[in-house]
Design a protein around this ligand. Sequence first.
Ligand code: ADP
Ligand code: MG
Length: 598
Amino acid sequence: MERTTWGKGKRRAGSLDDLRRVLHRIDGKGYKAYKDLEGGYDFGRFSLHVDHVQGDPFAAPSMLRVRVPMNLAGFPEGLFGNSIRRMALEDFIARRFGAALPSGPDRGPGSGKSGLVSIDAGGQEVLERTACRVTPHWVEVRIYVGLPAAGRRILGRQAERILCEQLPRTAEKGLFWRNYPRRETEGFVGCVENQEFIRDSLQRLGLVAFVADGSILPRERGNSQQPLAGERAVAFRSPEGLRVSLDLPNPVSTERPETRITGMGIPAGVTLVVGGGYHGKSTLLQALQRGVYPHIPGDGREYTVTCTDAVKIRAEDGRRVEKVDISPFITNLPHGLDTTAFSTDNASGSTSQAANIVEALESGARLLLLDEDTSATNFMVRDVRMQSLVHKDFEPITPFIERVREIHRTLGVSTILVMGGCGDYFEVADRVIMMREYVPEDVTDRAREVARLHATGRRQEAAPGPAWRLDRIPIPESFDPSRGRRSVKIDAKEIDLVLYGRHPIDLRGVEQIVDFSQTRAVGAAVHLAASRFMDGRTPLREVLDRVEAYLDEHGLDHLDPFHRGERHPGSFARPRRHEIAAAANRLRPVRFRIGPGS
Ligand code: ADP
Ligand code: MG
């Protein structure tokens, strides 16, 4: 058997028989002997790469890759001919491979994670992820295997069964085109490409979002992203006046060979969603929030498409804010606190929501999504009675209602706002959509009429034309990823919690992170940004441009700062720039300075 230098130290390069021999030799030995496996093995139809062996049976499972040369895998080039189709095919392969893995009862005996084999396949969203890669030359899955042990003693025969027998069977099903359902695969890839086509078309059509007729927006439960099934789910039907149709590059679905799709187009500008409680307003907004990502066919929201730079804005009291110019919304705070470079360790509902808007504009948002359910009331409106009772001089807040139009006029940023409880917004909305028993109606004209008949007398109190200062410069030294003896230690603990060095980043208010692997990627991307692209002179906005360009060019494999060569990169899914910025903004020790442009 040869030994090659491959990454760190000597690693094996052998055959399937070599792998069996090693496993026989280490059978019954202490767990550490599994380290002998590290290296690559030629199985004939594919190669297996053991990149990292876990330290003990209870540790995070070992990291392996299975690679098939494309001339054997045989995926037609058309399925990965552009970057969207490739991303979709990679996603689909990860799902197929995952589905072909033996499940629970098959894992065999052993302690800890013994016999667990897994892949980081996605949920309802289709995201660029590290679990699978397709190139013109090969297709590869990155998997996890709990190498089996009884106590701490190696179960070599059991490992042989998993690696040398089960895995080839899974690979056969999951990595060779001839075992794929052709129509379903083409349907999946085509559907994802259709969604990106719609997203790309929005701007040209003067729209910020599209919801196809027939979409199923509600979910089966509050803690599930599965569609609500059965007759209770009311399919989406666009109001006459907002109906648009589009010609897609691929059939709508495997059941619908036509390429024409119709639905509600939400135009740029200020759109108000009204309606009685429990009539589906928030459900629509939540679908729009997730509509920045493509969805799998059958999700129900696969043709609910929002422009890429749509950012959900909510109140998030308690969060850290660092030198954000919230003065368009908040001035004259008690104690003369400066709101042009506002910092706090404990924001209130209204100041946090103001900061969330200014930060979203800074990271390049084109559409703001707000829901009354997650907003601070005093941030949204000050009605005429309150205007009379509490003089403007004693109210620091300029509510959103006084800025929403000029955010569109001067910055070109649209808003979709769910507001069932306050009609003052009729005056500032370009469009009013009413949800009635889950069906939208265009009530713009009626709302105008109502506004005329019942004038509120609310005065515009704020001076127009505030300066929007969106050029904070992050100070790289304030991003410290070290913990203990490790110079860089960043982990995702929960989908909404990153531990960055010694500091938690609370992402509960960042609603558009939809996948745990995105959370991991967000943590790593903040470090990538800080260590490579921040120099104390470059504004955050430009740092984000560079991170995006870097990920476009090098791929997600390079998010891990310790990544070497072609080894298993860990599980990452691509986050947007807005979520990377959101994480940096919530890292409590982070410091910014105000740019020279201000
Ligand atoms: P609102 O924000 O108007 O008060 P929600 O959007 O929270 O209402 O919806 C209330 C309930 O109705 C939720 O349980 C939601 O899942 C369900 N729902 C929403 N849209 C639909 C629909 N199209 N068909 C069936 N149920 C729906
Ligand atoms: Mg609601």
